[in-house]
Design a protein around this ligand. Structure first.
Ligand code: UD1
Length: 418
């Protein structure tokens, strides 16, 4: 397995261009299954999860091409199968996003249940229940969701949890259903708005995205479109923390500062100087930051996808801090690895208590999931000596050209072959 070798201690300086958002491009790629016409998607990040989704769509028979700028064109009028096998879904849970579009457009879908993952059990019962409420006939057999429907019917769906991909699956399914669908307690993430913007360009009638009540009036068919995905707010925030943890000075371009207000506020509270322009952010950190308390929750609150990176930052900040993980049940796998690098962190249920230390020391560490990998790389960037992060395939799922981007701003980081 490939590893990353990092020699820590260099302040990061310069400019980073932020890539398109992983959590936007995955549902938008799935949305192309709702139309018989060509859907062209721009600002697509070069990520393993994108490659997996593209393979899934082509395996099902969609016609797909990618140009040198990673503009992806998809035409699903040539679809032959409506099947997402376990081998693909297990490597990328977001494969579940094809369920709603397949059912709404083709009336049939067989999608593997994702099963558990490193950060918790992560069921998809709410996706299934919502589609059933829209009239789908769904059974779960041998680990597969087998779904059929003539034409889905609009329904009122109240989600007990504001699930992100659940909201996206139901919103996509409702675009081709007959009548009106109302999703109550919908997720409000910027990626939901991004998907809705793309679906509207395809001719869908959607209102209320970005609030907890989304209303969709179904139409008979959707057209093709040409759409650029939103910049990645988690990549943006991870680079802000990279500047903060190394006491650097970075300008992040092609981003959307309005999608990470909560992160910017936390970093300012910690003592970072942050300047915002339309689509760029400059961060400068001159001295050790103060630790900040965090409670993760759905948007617009603090994102669970930034919890691991802030634990790394807090571990070398001044004072004691408390980080509460409220979204996933088992998302502290990075903590034991950070402790091996000299961090002082105790876990009590869903709470991490962190006592800031003067510095971290390099060590061989193991990445367990995507954001945990980011947190270990951040720790490696500031640690004394060499850190080797193993199982780096996780990072390639969600961060485009991570070592190239970090090298350009002064980090000493290199990929070691298997
Ligand atoms: C999405 C993001 C992921 C992020 C997460 C939370 C994508 C591709 N992934 O994941 O990066 O960490 O949102 O912001 O956008 N739940 C149920 N039943 C369901 C669905 C969810 O109980 O049917 C629970 C989950 O176990 C979890 C909570 O709801 O505790 C939130 O999960 P959810 O919003 O669904 O996460 P994802 O959409 O999988």
């Amino acid at each position: 397995m490939e590893k990353l070798l990092i020699s820590g201690g260099k302040p990061l300086k310069g400019e980073v261009r932020i890539s398109g958002a992983k959590n936007s491009v995955l549902p938008i790629l799935a949305a192309s299954l709702l139309s018989d016409e060509e859907v062209i998607i721009g600002n697509v990040p070069h990520l393993q999860d994108v490659t997996t989704t593209i393979s899934l769509l082509t395996e099902m028979g969609a016609t797909l091409s990618i140009d040198e700028k990673m503009k992806v064109s998809i035409n699903s009028s040539s679809m032959k199968s409506f099947y997402a096998p376990y081998e693909m879904v297990k490597t990328m849970r977001a494969s579940i996003l094809v369920l709603g579009p397949l059912l709404a457009h083709f009336g049939i879908a067989k999608v593997s249940l994702p099963g558990g993952c490193a950060i918790g059990s992560r069921p998809v019962n709410l996706h299934i229940e919502g589609l059933k409420a829209m009239g789908a006939n769904i059974k779960v057999e041998d680990g597969y969701i087998i779904a059929k429907a003539k034409r889905l019917k609009g329904a009122k769906i109240s989600l007990p949890i504001a699930t992100v991909t659940g909201t996206e699956n139901l919103m996509m399914a409702a675009t081709l259903a007959s009548g009106k669908t109302v999703i109550k307690n919908a997720a409000k993430e910027p990626e939901i708005i991004d998907l809705a913007n793309c679906l509207r360009l395809m001719g869908a009638s959607i209102e209320g995205d970005g609030t907890s009540d989304i209303t969709i009036i179904g139409v008979k068919k959707l057209s093709g479109c040409n759409y650029d995905v939103l910049p990645d707010r988690i990549e943006t925030a991870t680079f802000l923390v990279a500047a903060a943890i190394t006491k650097g000075n970075l300008t992040l371009t092609h981003t959307r500062p309005d999608t990470i207000k909560v992160i910017i506020n936390k970093l300012r509270k910690a003592g970072a100087q942050i300047l915002i322009k339309n689509d760029s952010i400059n961060i400068e950190v001159k001295s050790q930051l103060n630790a900040v308390n965090i409670i993760t929750n759905p948007y617009p609150d603090f994102p669970t996808d930034m919890q691991a990176q802030f634990i790394a930052l807090n571990s070398i900040s001044k004072g004691k801090s408390k980080v509460v993980e409220s979204v996933f049940e088992n998302r502290f796998m990075h903590v034991q690895e950070l402790v091996r690098m000299g961090a002082d962190i105790e876990i009590n249920g869903n709470t991490a208590i962190i006592k800031g230390v003067k510095g971290l020391t390099g060590a061989p560490v193991m990445a367990t999931d995507l954001r945990a990998s980011a947190s270990l790389i951040l720790a490696g960037l500031v640690a004394k000596g060499e850190t080797i992060v193993d199982r780096i395939y996780h990072i390639d799922r969600g961060y485009e050209c991570i070592e190239e981007k970090l090298t350009k701003i002064g980090a000493s980081i290199k990929r070691l072959p298997q």
